[in-house]
Design a protein around this ligand. Structure first.
Ligand code: PXL
Length: 277
């Protein structure tokens, strides 16, 4: 694959440093042609702003896909993030079947919840639909809240390896193949990523930074996709993405009024260097 072309499907939050405004620059910077299918257009993201607009683009999806099919357009990977409705999830599954090259990976970030709560506007019907999309994916990148919802296991803030193993087992039973579980903390002041790749389990532990930012899940998943498509193993891509996300959080810590997202732009060169190594 000399010059890969991937498709990412998620919303455009016009302001807020998340979803497409993060995925497009990050994956492009990784040297990958990045095509987009916006799932919705919002004036801002939904976490912390009030009165945001929401234009659902679900009904545009079949015609966009049909046009690509007519033009013989096919992708070397499809990466999905925040999706706007259960109907949209059904369309996304059809899009994967239609325009993804057969050997290309489908990477699903089931972006729907954090800190024990679903994002505004999502209910259990959305979780059920997301289960089917995750079962179809080659890689899933949930946080612990999303994994617990998908696994039908109660969310816990305090846990041990037994709880994490249960989440992984239930995700595998659901049909998830390779799993990148983020935000797994076993020790005070530390956090990390559990990677299950071809059935093999590994854990990358790193420092837990004192500040947290909105949008880091999207930064993480986008950097993971960039590194994976550039040929890294899932574990190496997970490590590269974790280190880059930490750099973004550090870059944001210096600025007081940047609560809505993370400053991923000034540290992009560190991601590129890690991928080129
Ligand atoms: O970062 C995930 C995300 C993406 N898109 C929208 C969101 C969120 C999280 O709140 O609201 C619109």
């Amino acid at each position: 694959m000399s010059y890969p072309k991937i498709l990412t499907i998620q919303d455009i939050s016009c302001v807020g440093q998340c979803s497409l405004t993060v995925a497009l620059p990050i994956i492009s910077a990784c040297g990958i042609e990045t095509c987009v299918l916006p799932s919705a257009v919002l004036s801002t993201h939904t976490a912390g702003f009030s009165g945001y607009t929401f234009r659902d683009l679900t009904d545009d999806m079949p015609a966009i896909c049909a046009h690509w099919q007519k033009e013989n357009i096919a992708f070397d990977g499809i990466y999905t993030g925040y999706l706007g409705s259960t109907k949209q999830i059904d369309y996304v599954m059809q899009i994967i079947d239609t325009v993804k090259k057969s050997s290309a990976p489908a990477i699903v970030d089931p972006a729907m919840a954090d800190n024990g709560k679903l994002y505004p506007g999502f209910g259990m019907a959305f979780v059920e639909a997301m289960k089917a999309l995750c079962a179809k994916a080659d890689y899933v990148v949930p946080n612990i809240t999303e994994a617990a919802l998908l696994a039908d296991v109660a969310y816990q803030t305090e846990y041990d390896r037994v709880y994490i193993d249960l989440l992984i087992e239930k995700l595998q039973a659901l049909g998830c193949k390779n799993i990148i579980l983020t935000g797994v903390s076993y020790a005070k002041g530390m956090t990390g990523i559990v990677v299950v790749e071809d059935g093999e389990y590994s854990y990358y532990e790193h420092e837990l930074l004192p500040n947290s930012c909105h949008g880091t899940g999207d930064i993480y998943a986008s950097a993971f996709v960039g590194a994976l498509i550039r040929g890294k193993s899932a574990y190496d891509a997970a490590v590269i993405a974790a280190n880059y996300t930490m750099e973004c959080i550090k870059a944001t810590a210096e600025e007081e009024n940047h609560w809505y997202g993370a400053k991923f732009e000034p540290v992009l060169s560190k991601l590129i260097t890690a991928i080129e190594e």
